[in-house]
Design a protein around this ligand. Structure first.
Ligand SMILES: [Zn+2]
Length: 271
């Protein structure tokens, strides 16, 4: 138990998935300047590519203990060149002790749907190969891995994780079938809920079903939300409302929910 989670006080939270480096500067500064007293212990800032990994490393150095960086390549974009991949992996090798996890990595579900809907062809093989390299890196360096893999892509990611014996996997903002969800729960993988837990019945159903010891809070900021969050800049403090919504679904007190969500995140990320 840390000093911030005294039995008498309210438990802090962790935003386990945010793209802090992609916020406009004034919004990023506002989040970081108000980090004390916002109820957040830390944020896991995931990266889009090498440049983004460099920026997240800088933020982590500047805001030690609050910004915990993950390095990787987001799958919903054109594949990098071989040289870019090589440069990213050498950066990760060099900064392996600075990174809390590998991420954000995964498979391009939405890009593929878009390409196929537009009548284009699609080959997923190179994306799967790149994901496998990240999984091997995570295994070799004993790092957790943060996955963008939804619907049927989650099954493909589970196959690759199983192939390499990786058990420390976080499927952020997961959406998918009950069968896939069961498979992930049985494998010990974690999922996290964004602010859409307050208004998406599909996500509320997941939150009812998934083991309470394997769930965390996130925002995926700066991604914007709807419902009660419409028009607002996505901020890590929104995890408090995610925790309250999960408490209601689980029928536990808000502080008990926060304590569970916080300790799950600390355990998963080793922070
Ligand atoms: Zn993300």
């Amino acid at each position: 138990m840390t000093s911030e989670s005294k039995p008498s006080g309210i438990s802090p939270l962790i935003d386990t998935h945010i793209h802090l480096d992609t916020y406009p500067e004034e919004q990023q500064t506002a989040i970081l300047d108000n980090r004390q007293g916002c109820g957040l212990k830390s944020v896991i800032s995931v990266s889009m590519n090498l440049e983004s990994s460099r920026r997240n490393l800088e933020l982590a150095c500047q805001y030690q203990g609050f910004v915990e960086p993950a390095f990787g390549f987001h799958p919903e974009q054109p594949l990098p060149s071989d040289d870019e991949i090589k440069a990213l992996f050498s950066f990760m090798d060099e900064h392996v002790n600075d990174m809390v996890a590998v991420g954000e990595v995964g498979l391009p579900y939405y890009s593929r749907l878009e390409a196929l809907a537009a009548g284009g062809a699609w080959d997923n093989t190179l994306y799967e190969n790149l994901l496998e390299r990240f999984i091997i890196f995570a295994k070799q360096h004993h790092k957790p891995i943060v996955l963008h893999a939804v619907y049927e892509d989650a099954d493909a990611a589970c196959d690759l994780l199983k192939k390499h014996g990786v058990t420390s996997a976080h499927f952020h903002w997961f959406k998918g079938s009950a069968e896939t969800l069961q498979r992930m729960a049985d494998a010990g993988y974690y999922i996290s809920f964004t602010p859409d837990l307050l208004y998406e019945p599909e996500i509320q159903e997941l939150a009812r079903e998934y083991p309470p010891s394997q769930v965390m809070t996130e925002t995926d900021g700066p991604w914007p939300f709807e419902g009660p969050f419409a028009g607002q800049v996505t901020h890590p403090v929104m995890t408090a409302e995610v925790a309250a919504a999960w408490a209601e679904i689980q029928g536990v007190s808000v502080n008990e929910a926060r304590r569970i969500l916080y300790s799950n995140a600390c355990r998963f990320y080793g922070i």
